[in-house]
Design a protein around this ligand. Structure first.
Ligand code: ARG
Length: 290
């Protein structure tokens, strides 16, 4: 029997691409200092709940067939769970982070050592402030780069030189969306979702030109860090509160998987913050969890 299928725009079968992620459990997670408006030192943090929520995120990736490696956290570095900031790993280059705030600076070495030990070196040490995948998002052959609060424009040029990729600078203007990955989600090699008000007028114009079909998120989606999402090209893992965004993604043929990271939101991070993508094979080309 033949069906004349009616498909909503853009919902042709979306094909997931297997990913390799590095994650760090929130074993020492706490809100001890405030370096973004989400952080209120003294707020009660349920570390066991944070660990369970983090585990659910890792399990979700594994269920989708992705590989997850785990880096053991260092005591005294409460923000280390936000692995996205630890480095930037493209097909050609591994670039360590250089944090804007001293409270996080020691995380860079911990991530760099792991990457080096697993055959992803040489690890380039940037001269400029560079908060890894928090501010550098790979979309196909392009890197979108945030600036305004952490990573500097000079770091964008440094990353362009080291990766050989086109780097597009985007200025962030709202302190609540201090990293690019809090205001923009990469859905596949050509598609992004973003919250326009987080960007300067120039950056908004750049995004509108580059991605005329982008998913435009609402203020409410952004406010629950709904854009801090991870997509494999078909499945999008994101905050459960981002309901309007989820509906738009579903209408476009993506499969939405909500994962609640409410405890980690107290540090100003969500799904993507906890996830560093490794785009180069590990030494020996091993695959499957260690
Ligand atoms: N407390 C951390 C900071 O302010 C949160 C980092 C979130 N990470 C991210 N990729 N947006 O640096």
């Amino acid at each position: 029997m033949t069906h004349l299928a009616y498909a909503p725009t853009g919902s042709t079968q979306r094909v997931p691409r297997p990913r390799h992620f590095l994650m760090t459990p929130p074993r020492h997670f706490a809100v001890e200092y405030a370096i973004n408006p989400w952080m209120h030192p003294g707020v009660e943090v349920d570390r066991d709940l944070a660990l369970r929520q983090w585990q659910t995120l890792g399990d979700t990736y594994c269920r989708l067939g992705h590989r997850v490696d785990v880096l053991e956290p260092v005591p005294g570095l409460p923000d280390m769970v936000y692995a996205a900031n630890g480095a930037l790993v493209t097909r050609r280059a591994t670039i360590a982070a250089r944090f804007a705030y001293p409270q996080r600076s020691a995380e860079s070495g911990a991530y760099a050592s792991w990457l080096e030990a697993h055959g992803l070196g040489p690890v380039h040490q940037p001269v400029e402030v560079n908060e890894g995948e928090g501010d550098f998002l790979v979309v196909g052959d392009t890197i979108l780069a945030g600036t305004g609060f952490r990573t500097t424009p000079a770091a964008h040029a440094e990353v362009a030189r080291l990766t050989g990729m086109e780097v597009v600078s985007l200025e962030l203007v709202d302190p609540a969306y201090y990293h690019l990955d809090t205001a923009l989600a990469v859905l596949d090699d050509r598609t992004v979702a973003y919250y326009p008000a987080a960007f300067s007028p120039v950056a908004q114009a750049v995004l509108a030109t580059l991605y005329p079909d982008a998913v435009i998120a609402t203020a409410a989606d952004a406010a629950v860090l709904g854009l801090n999402a991870v997509s494999d090209g078909r499945h999008v893992v994101l905050a459960p509160g981002a309901t309007a965004l989820a509906a738009q993604l579903t209408a476009r043929g993506f499969e939405v998987l909500p994962v609640d990271l409410s405890e980690l939101l107290k540090g100003g991070g969500g799904v993507k913050c906890c996830t560093l993508e490794l785009r180069r094979p590990l030494a020996g080309g091993a695959s499957g969890p260690e």
